[in-house]
Design a protein around this ligand. Structure first.
Ligand code: ATP
Ligand code: MG
Length: 358
């Protein structure tokens, strides 16, 4: 068993947003030290971590300093240059590993990965120029979503196409932004969207959270209902998909998979190699949160069955909505998590709260 004695270890976390912040909070409870590397001054995790470096992700000198100061490295977001994570991995253990990061970074690679495991995704078509786009749209009957293959999040870099007229505008927009690599996806007429969070440790133990239902507003997660209703059959299917994915990637850490539900079948949308916004309910509603699992797995310790103690919903607080939080503070069934960001911006995730209903 490759357990690292948890008390004296330092976990390095790449990225300094709210996910890193909540990982640091959990580490603190467990007596594990954290060292956060972020390229932004206004990084929520800097408020909690034991050590920090603020530098560009491509800065090898600073990255080396960071690597020298930690025992194991994890990350909170996908858009780390993959060669940097591979460089780190040549020196220290990275959990989850760089292959998981690479697969998740590119939608074409990600969908191919799932399809090779016999797991269904939306049908897709690689688009590198206007002609590809036309071919792909014919194939999907002008009912499709064009997404940048890399660096998209919160619905950014996506074009929703429902008729022929849409495309001239899109082509012009693509040329303006000098973008080349796209994934065209068939539009799925889903009944609902659900996701599963799962965690795997160094001894191959896997724990699964219940499926939750996600509702989006303006391309951003708005509300997560936990657990999703009527999930018995879907839960088993989701756990099987998560298990296959975790094992194939020899994955250590927390992973989330987003699905479309169509006629009681699951179609994978994408996965995130890290704790996920739709798993935030676990902080207040479970015995063991997704952040507990992320820190434990990275440290080489066991992941635990989460044990759901409450039902309810998690609500994201976006941009200016942060000014309305005061009204909720008095309700004992509402648990507020403020990310303490210095600047409010439209579309920026500022906080979340969890409403516990039983
Ligand atoms: P996030 O970071 O929030 O997960 P993202 O930028 O990676 O978002 P996706 O998850 O691919 O984007 O898409 C965002 C949302 O757009 C989905 O949750 C879903 O509601 C809708 N969507 C994406 N792809 C499709 C599709 N092929 N068919 C129907 N709806 C889709
Ligand atoms: Mg998504």
């Amino acid at each position: 068993m490759s357990n690292i004695a948890s008390k004296d270890i330092v976990i390095g976390i790449i990225g300094g947003g709210q996910l890193a912040m909540m990982m640091c909070e959990e580490a603190q409870k467990l007596g594990i030290k954290t060292f956060v590397y972020s390229d932004k001054d206004d990084s929520s995790a800097f408020l909690i971590s034991d050590k920090k470096i603020k530098a560009e992700y491509e800065n090898k000198e600073k990255i080396s300093e960071f690597v020298d100061g930690v025992d194991v490295v994890t990350f909170e977001f996908e858009n780390i240059p993959s060669h940097i994570l591979e460089f780190i991995e040549s020196k220290k253990t990275v959990r989850p590993n760089s292959r998981a990061l690479r697969v998740s970074q590119n939608r074409l690679r990600e969908k191919t990965f799932f399809n090779n495991l016999g797991i269904q995704t939306a049908k897709f078509f690689e688009v590198n120029n206007e002609n590809d786009l036309k071919l792909g749209l014919e194939k999907f009957n002008y009912n499709a979503i064009l997404k940048t293959s890399e660096f998209g999040y919160d619905g950014k870099g996506q074009f929703n196409i429902s008729n022929k007229e849409d495309i001239s505008e899109i082509v012009a927009e693509i040329k303006r932004n000098n973008k080349t690599n796209f994934t065209l996806e068939e539009k799925i007429n889903f009944e609902r969207e659900v996701s599963i969070v799962a965690a795997r440790d160094v001894n191959n133990n896997i724990s699964f959270y219940p499926l939750v239902e996600n509702k989006h507003k303006n391309g951003i997660l708005d509300v997560t209902i936990f657990p999703a209703e009527n999930i018995d059959k879907l839960q088993i299917k989701a756990e099987n998909i998560a298990k296959k994915t975790l094992n194939e990637l020899d994955y250590i850490g927390v992973l989330a998979i987003e699905f479309f539900v169509v006629e009681e079948e699951l179609i994978v949308n994408e996965f995130a190699p890290r704790p996920h916004n739709s798993g935030h309910f676990s902080i207040d509603a479970c015995e063991y949160s997704q952040f507990y699992q992320a820190i434990s797995a990275a440290a080489g310790n066991e992941v635990k069955p989460p044990v759901l103690k409450h039902t309810g919903k998690m609500v994201n607080v976006i941009g200016e909505e942060i000014s309305c939080l005061k009204d909720l503070e008095k309700d004992p069934n509402i648990k507020i998590h403020d990310y303490k960001k210095l600047e409010t911006a439209p579309g920026r995730k500022m906080a979340h709260y969890t409403i516990l209903t039983d």
